[in-house]
Write a protein that binds this ligand. Structure first.
Ligand code: HEC
Length: 129
């Protein structure tokens, strides 16, 4: 909520710049954290980051081999629309479309849960904030 107050204050000063509706930013602002927190609630994001750094960053940090780059919202929006379960299952099994996503990022030692946490971490980094 903290962020909304300055915006609302600016709107009342530069009324025209906000399209005449000072209540607009407040109405659009999602509750604490927004859509991402809903998607990734229940996953261990700290563990996800560890798993990601060790197993997924080598491709997804820079978008190697046509992988969706972590943090690039446009690369992720349509993918995220598939739903978490689908994203996670494809990451566990691996799949080939534009590029080749290896099963569990190529590390068979990872548990399904670790892969799920890593996916949640990636999604959390890749939604519009
Ligand atoms: C060798 C490179 C590589 C590694 C390592 C890798 N990925 Fe990927 N990943 C890809 C590529 C390439 C794609 C895109 C495939 C496509 O859509 O054509 C992809 C796509 C994805 C997607 C999107 C799936 C979808 O349905 O759009 C997710 C989620 C994902 N990877 C998760 C992971 C996770 C989690 C790890 C680590 C455990 C990981 N990846 C490691 C190459 C990699």
């Amino acid at each position: 909520m903290k962020k909304i107050l300055p915006v609302a204050a600016l709107c009342s000063i530069f009324f025209i710049g906000c399209g005449g509706g000072a209540e607009k930013p407040a109405a659009k602002a999602p509750a604490e954290g927004g859509a991402a927190s809903e998607l990734v609630s229940g996953y261990d994001l700290a563990n996800g980051k560890e798993v990601y750094d060790a197993n997924c960053a080598s491709c997804h940090d820079e978008g190697v081999l046509k992988s969706p780059k972590t943090g690039e919202v446009s690369a992720w929006t349509a993918r995220i629309d598939q739903g978490m379960d689908t994203l996670i299952q494809k990451s566990i099994d691996g799949y080939v479309a534009e590029g080749n996503m290896p099963a569990k990022g190529g590390n068979d030692a990872l548990t399904d849960e670790e892969v799920a946490n890593a996916v949640a971490y990636m999604v959390n980094e890749s939604v519009a904030k």
